[in-house]
Design a binder for this molecule. Structure first.
Ligand SMILES: NC(=O)c1ccc[n+]([C@@H]2O[C@H](COP(=O)([O-])OP(=O)(O)OC[C@H]3O[C@@H](n4cnc5c(N)ncnc54)[C@H](O)[C@@H]3O)[C@@H](O)[C@H]2O)c1
Length: 353
């Protein structure tokens, strides 16, 4: 019987790095450590409950749970911990966790001593199919998410699918939103595959897109934001409400918002005559397969969504004077489309309540 693990290489212009995927992938860590690394420092969250084998002799640093740790305060604490542990550029940092951990730790590793090698052990579904791969690291500002960061690729990524067994259902659901995105970006047979293979195929597609546009400079990488324009607007409005009104308001999960964004983007593309009804129905079928919502919550007003979408675009794609740019499906696949008429967006929002 062959190994249940797959290796996917992220091929960059200057080097490539492996992503090891499958049940028990964590055992590959020993082979991925840089030769001669004298110290291994694992950074994780206590609730994740994944410990490195005692043989590694790793120092373990715990950080808090939640998006709040992606901050300058926590970045400083972590770097000061690295000083205390006397980490040097010949050591290795292992980030063990979901996207919050790999974003913060990857950024800290990229700036500490101007760069210490970092391995990501992605333990959430969002982390495995998305956050841990591709080199986007960073922290948030009160003004917005991920506003401070760096492109800094890990030296290897481990996606041990056994780790997903302890992940909360809502966190899995969030990952499904990203998997639905990959499915619509070009994995036509995803539903026919075993779950671990589905994850590996999503990673393969992400690796390929990152290799084509590592620094998001050609526009190619922008297609990874498929479904995210409306998705970010939905998240943004709920986050603002949670902050300003009722702190107990349930903030929608990222991937769930992306799922609604995919239904919306498909509907906009259909209205613009870019895709057939059959292709639009494919969008809905994929969302149904993953048990994701296809309708916009009724308490989100078109004007508010439009305002947030415009803001998001300004941050992500600078196309001055071209109105709202949107990642949309079409005859030649998903691509960035400038000048999407606002009336079509509003009409589609109203249809999706
Ligand atoms: N850098 C990128 O390219 C990229 C891409 C997508 C998302 N992100 C970022 O990732 C973050 C979201 O990532 P996330 O959804 O993984 O959230 P997260 O890291 O907060 O993890 C979600 C929750 O699951 C817990 N958890 C993780 N693995 C677990 C396990 N195996 N068992 C039990 N609990 C576990 C975490 O402690 C946390 O409570 C956001 O900050 C987002 O901005 C980054």
């Amino acid at each position: 019987m062959g190994s249940p693990l797959s290796q996917i290489d992220v091929s960059l212009s200057t080097r490539s790095y492996p992503v090891i995927v499958g049940p028990g992938a964590l055992a590959s860590l020993a082979d991925l450590l840089p030769q001669g690394a004298s110290k291994i420092v694992a950074v994780t969250q206590p609730n994740i409950g994944i410990e490195l084998d005692a043989n590694y002799g790793a120092h373990v640093v715990y950080i808090e749970n939640g998006e709040g740790v992606k901050s300058f305060t926590h970045l400083e604490s972590l770097c000061r911990k690295f000083v205390e542990l006397e980490i040097s550029r010949s050591d290795v940092i292992v980030a063990i966790g979901g996207g919050v951990v790999t974003d913060l730790v990857g950024f800290a590793a990229s700036v500490f001593h101007r760069g210490v090698p970092c391995i990501n052990v992605a333990t959430s579904l969002v982390g495995q199919v998305d956050a841990a791969i591709g080199g986007k690291t960073g922290i948030n500002l009160p003004e917005g998410k991920n506003l401070v960061g760096a492109f800094s690729q890990p030296i290897a990524v481990i996606c041990d699918t056994n780790h997903l067994g302890s992940l909360a259902k809502a966190e899995m659901q969030s990952g499904y939103g990203e998997m639905a995105k990959y499915c619509l970006l070009g994995i036509d047979d995803l539903e026919d595959l075993a779950f671990d293979t589905q994850i590996a195929r999503c990673i393969e597609l992400k690796a390929q897109i990152v290799a084509e546009d590592e620094l998001e400079s050609s526009g190619r990488r922008a297609i990874l934001n498929y479904g995210h324009t409306l998705g970010h607007a939905i998240e943004g409005i709920y986050l603002a409400r949670a902050g300003q009104q009722d702190p107990k308001v349930e903030v929608i999960k990222h991937g769930v918002a992306v799922g609604i964004g995919l239904a919306f983007a498909g509907s906009v593309a259909f209205k613009l005559g870019r895709i057939s009804r059959e292709r639009l129905e494919r969008h809905f079928r994929v969302l149904d397969y993953f048990g994701l919502a296809k309708t916009i919550p009724g308490d989100l007003l078109p004007d508010d969504l439009l305002r947030f979408m415009g803001h998001d675009k300004k941050a992500m794609f600078s196309t001055p004077g071209s109105g709202i740019s949107f990642v949309l499906d079409g005859e030649s696949g998903v691509e960035l489309v400038p000048n999407v008429p606002e009336d079509i967006l509003v009409e589609t929002i109203k249809e999706l309540y």
